[in-house]
Design a protein around this ligand. Structure first.
Ligand code: SF4
Length: 123
């Protein structure tokens, strides 16, 4: 199988190591340039299945604001973001809402919950 390399800068600490990952298809077969195991694991994850915390807003009623900031409780795969945003766009919540309140269970089949990132009072 054809090999290709990916260059990454590790973002886990200020040192910013330049890491090279050799891929064979979807598999990371060699990682070089890291200075610690955290960096190696980050580079492998980032090359095979990049993950991010989703931060966005949902519609809210009976509040002074029209939207409520929300976030995924954990990182979710980047490749499901578009589908996750389609789910999020359909959500409307009603005030009051407390910070950390679960807005949606199992976002996009990831098993990760979408939670409120701030509280909003009812008007
Ligand atoms: S590989 Fe380790 S030392 Fe290098 S930037 Fe990443 S976390 Fe920092």
């Amino acid at each position: 199988m054809k090999k290709e390399t990916k260059q990454l800068i590790c973002v886990n600490c200020p040192k910013g190591c330049r890491i090279t990952v050799t891929m064979e298809g979807e598999k990371a077969v060699e990682v070089t340039g890291y200075s610690c195991e955290n960096g190696k694991n980050y580079a492998m994850q980032e090359s095979v299945c990049p993950m991010r915390i989703l931060t966005t807003t949902v519609k809210i009623t009976q509040s002074t604001l029209r939207v409520l900031p929300v976030m995924s409780e954990k990182e979710i795969p980047l490749h499901v973001w578009k589908q996750a945003m389609e789910e999020v766009r359909k959500i409307t919540v009603q005030a009051p809402v407390s910070i950390g309140q679960v807005i949606k269970e199992d976002l996009c089949g990831t098993g990760v919950r979408l939670i409120a990132s701030r509280s909003m009072k009812k008007v």
